[in-house]
Design a binder for this molecule. Sequence first.
Ligand code: GLA
Length: 453
Amino acid sequence: MFLVVAAFVFTSANAQKFDQLAKTPPMGWNSWNKFGCNVSETLIMQMADEMVSNGMKDAGYDYIVIDDCWQIDRDENGEIVPDKERFPHGMKYVADYVHSLGLKFGIYSSAGAVTCQRRPGGFGHEYQDARTYARYGVDYLKYDWCGSTTQNAQSSYTNMRNALFTAGRPIVFSICEWGSSKPWEWAGEVGHLWRTTGDISDNWNSMIDIFNKQRELARYAGPGGWNDPDMLEVGNGGMTNEEYKTHFSLWCMLASPLMAGNDLQKMTPENREILLNKELIAIDQDSLGRQATCYRDNGDYQIWVKTLSNNEKAICLLNSSDEKKSVLVDFALLAQIRSFGRRFGGFPPAGGPGGAPGAPGAAVPGGAQGGAGRPASAGLPAAQGAQGVSARTPGAGGMPAGGPGGQPRMAPLTLDNFRVRDLWEHKDLTLKETSMYVDMPPHSVKVYRFIRK
Ligand code: GLA
């Protein structure tokens, strides 16, 4: 008995999160946005089948996650009891089926005494539930914050992390605390993704409002730990196709988890074109794991930059206004941008490799901010921008070292270094001049990848 207790104390004292998981943002499907409590083993198995046959699995989606309402009670031993009408064969059966398709299986609970739908939560049963999930064959746990009262979020989630670690099965831990206790400041040690806001709804205002709240969080995201602006609504019917393209593009720019939330059996060709846009998915899944930062903000017209591996980058132009816009885009200027999102406050000292001075969530310097009153243009402040960028951007991404004082100096990037690809048109731009006018419908984006020649 003593040995068992000692082993347990020792293991949980040394508990950590499983650190080889979620090296890129998790991708998959979750039941909540479309089906709410209307889940069953038939539905989950159908969605898993569909994810294989419609190409999503090949595109990288691999988690099938059952959200709230699979559980209904606890038995006399405190063991969680699945809803037998909806899951007559139990959860391991569903997990085994999902695994047999080469997919991974996720489940949901809450850190409080009850879930958001008032099903039994995990409070007081953390180690027991973690063992149960391991036995089911769970690969991903979404852990909500409903039913919590005076609990401390960081210690509650750390407790569950320790329980999962002790149970021994590697499980992606998805913290769903809605951003209330600024989980980005502590969750990097605890989970693999953490919700940053309340729930998304299937409309433009909800989506863009959540997007706007991600702006200062870029430095907390990176391989193994991601800001989670909530699951996708693509295909659920409340936004236009243009808006869904914007939603998906912005989520990819943010290196967000990509959890589809629609009925996979009722996908239109337009939904497919979005969720299966492999060039956009590659932006999301880039191995460097940087979240985009805002390079320029004119209010309803913005430019966002996501640094990619191999000194490449994605640039997203966003027209969030209700008006059509024609914007002058200076691709020569965009070619020069470097950005500096780093995770967990782990910025190198100012001026060091990859270090932008004063960098939290840093937009790249370059004098391109504050263009209010000017025509919407990425081109006008080019001279300032160019100067600012090259003068203040030592060292990102492994370029040759050797600047003054031993600090690495970057070779300036120019348009000659890149071809520029439009990731919705799926073609390279043929630029007659380095600037051109780009027409942008209301609520739309353009996403370009600057690909090294
Ligand atoms: C909360 C979460 C949602 C969903 C529901 C389920 O609202 O934030 O994502 O899991 O609970 O009840």
